[in-house]
Design a protein around this ligand. Structure first.
Ligand code: XMP
Length: 183
């Protein structure tokens, strides 16, 4: 346990998450149909969600190309002054392709905004966004996801791939990390 904080009871349990992932896969399978497209998973937080989502797609007969990308951000004093930079490149071509970006959480929106821009700059035909969580209250720029698992309040969430200091990614449920020190 991280000193000075504790984990809440589940905000969403593993079965609730799986149910929602299945609904998202239904929507994506319906929208993309048999057309070829690429899933680009935003690491590291998106890895568990992506793994479950692509297997839910496979159960629906949908078999996209899968790639990964990593961004890092720094200068986090204010949302608008944060810089998002590409840390690990796409490894597969994006030119002329339909892309589904998959990430754990839409927070300020800066990461997915940068990712979308980069993909269009590289010649992607169409870029859609799928997030497990949307923390709308924290949005710093206009950014919406095409597919959203759950809307959440402004709490710090860990589990199901989301971390604090690279811990708790392994938790099967989504829980809040609560500081023991009053704000
Ligand atoms: P934005 O939308 O602000 O999101 O560019 C950047 C990244 O911030 C991380 N993030 C979180 N990670 N619990 C986490 O474990 C959270 O509550 C949380 N909010 C934001 C996440 O990696 C996201 O991709």
């Amino acid at each position: 346990m991280t000193t000075g904080s504790h984990l809440s009871p589940p905000l969403f349990t593993a079965p609730e998450i799986q149910q929602r992932v299945d609904c998202l896969a239904d929507d994506i399978a319906r929208d993309y149909g048999p057309a070829d497209f690429s899933v680009v998973s935003v690491l590291k937080g998106g890895f568990v969600f992506t793994a479950d989502l692509i297997r839910a797609l496979a159960r629906r007969g949908v078999h996209p190309v899968v790639d990964f990308v990593t961004f890092s951000s720094y200068g986090a004093s204010t949302v608008s002054s944060r810089n998002v930079t590409l840390e690990r490149e796409f490894s597969l071509p994006v030119t002329g392709r339909r892309i589904l970006l998959v990430d754990d959480i839409l927070d300020s929106g800066l990461t997915l905004n940068a990712a979308k821009k980069l993909l269009y700059d590289r010649g992607a035909l169409d870029v859609r966004v799928c997030v497990l969580l949307d923390k709308k209250a924290r949005r710093g720029i206009p950014m919406t996801a095409n597919y959203t698992g759950f809307h959440i309040d402004n709490v710090f969430v860990v589990g199901y791939g989301l971390d604090f200091d690279n811990r708790y990614r392994e938790l099967p449920d989504l829980v809040a990390l609560i500081s023991d020190t009053p704000a």
